[in-house]
Design a protein. Structure first.
Ligand SMILES: [Zn+2]
Length: 397
């Protein structure tokens, strides 16, 4: 039957059975309305656009990519948290950690693709062996091929942790990924080798030709000693930027270092006041202790966590970012930013600030240089967010 004769037959059927025809039309319209409602009110809420997707970044990529220095905290599209930070200086990139799950690797890779356009990460730091920090280095496996960052990017120098509390299956996969990277020419050193300048490793790596921006591996007591808490094994790094005339700015990354590790970090290193501090251990009550904060006095703080998500069946006092963390950090700054939050209604994640990027604009004169902030979702400080006002109290500055 031709299309035209089909249409004629349908018209005749409608004339013969007008009520039946009207009922079918009404059912179809109701189904369409229900479908649209489901998509917008249920499906989209359960499947929000990943905060780190390149589409969300678009618009600011060019400005940020051309900055003298940009520091990115990548928001994973998952309610469990993790750490993944990118530092970009010209064509030199440093990736610190790649969390939180093997299945999130593609999102981290998508984000990197916008900024690392030559497929080479000059430096990678793996702070410690917990999955929310190294899973993305290994990645998911499909058809015998892994999509982990160590398999898909060429890595110049990889700085890894010295100790593990436990040799997990993921840790073994990570060791395999490191062997693969070595075969491709990656130089692999531990935090301790860097500190000691041993076997070709360096304590300080310059990220630009003019040697104004340096990545300094700090001394952590737990490079040489095993801690029952794996977080204490974190490789710690101070990024320093010379802005001429004896002025320098500093940015501190301590992975998931805990209280004991922080106290020793302060004792063993001459730490300066810092512009930016990546909150230790996702804003836990056992990190960002007064011993560290009174020395570094951070102006800006980025917390890589899913605010309010009870990831480990934890007691309220352990849910990130913790009240204890907020109380301590509040004495120094209210410029605290958080990547994602738990959305109770959908039991999923929602962006909080989203991807958080600190950078220096290219066009400014040396004298006018100031740290700029760009977030993929919004740039509301933690204490002013709806989540904070419902769940925490602020007693700080
Ligand atoms: Zn962690």
């Amino acid at each position: 039957m031709s299309r035209r004769s089909k249409q004629r037959a349908a018209r005749e059927a409608a004339k013969k059975h007008p009520k039946l025809f009207a009922a079918v039309v009404i059912i179809l319209v109701i189904a369409l309305i229900l479908g649209v409602c489901y998509y917008f009110f249920i499906y989209k809420k359960k499947h929000p656009a990943p905060a780190g997707a390149p589409g969300v970044v678009a618009g600011s990529v060019a400005e940020i990519a051309s900055a003298d220095l940009s520091i990115h905290f990548i928001a994973p599209a998952v309610k469990a948290s993790g750490d993944s930070a990118l530092i970009k200086v010209g064509n030199t990139e440093v990736l610190i950690d790649a969390g939180p799950n093997k299945s999130n690797t593609a999102e981290i890779a998508d984000y990197l693709e916008a900024y690392c356009t030559d497929g080479v990460l000059e430096y990678v730091i793996a702070t410690h062996s917990d999955s929310d920090h190294i899973a993305g280095f290994v990645g998911a496996s499909s058809g015998g091929k892994r999509n982990g960052i160590l398999y898909t990017y060429r890595v110049g120098t990889l700085i890894t942790f010295d100790q593990v509390t436990e040799e997990t299956a993921l840790y073994n996969d990570y060791c395999e990924a490191i062997e693969y990277a070595k075969e491709q020419g990656t130089a692999v050193y531990t935090g301790l080798q860097c500190w000691n300048g041993a076997d070709g490793a360096k304590r300080t790596y310059y990220l630009d030709e003019a040697q104004t921006i340096s990545m300094n591996i700090l001394y952590n007591y737990y490079y040489e000693h095993v801690s029952p808490d794996n977080n204490n094994h974190s490789v710690c790094m101070l990024l320093s930027q010379s802005l001429g005339e004896a002025e320098s700015k500093h940015y501190l990354f301590t992975g998931d270092l805990e209280e004991d590790g922080e106290i020793r970090l302060v004792e063993n290193n001459d730490l300066p006041k810092v512009e930016l501090y990546k909150a230790g251990h996702h804003g836990s009550k056992t990190s960002s202790t007064n011993a560290l904060l009174e020395v570094i006095q951070p102006k800006y703080v980025a917390v890589c966590c899913c605010a309010g998500y009870n990831q480990y069946g934890a007691a309220e006092e352990n849910i990130f970012p913790t009240q204890a963390f907020c109380d301590r950090i509040g004495a120094y700054t209210d410029k605290v930013y958080v990547t994602i939050m738990w959305d109770e209604a959908t039991d999923g994640f929602a962006p909080m600030n989203g991807d958080i990027v600190f950078y220096y604009g290219k066009s400014e004169s040396e004298a006018e240089k100031s740290l700029k902030l760009w977030c993929s979702n919004n740039s509301t400080v933690l204490k002013d967010t709806e989540w904070f006002q419902k769940n925490r109290t602020w007693s700080g500055v």
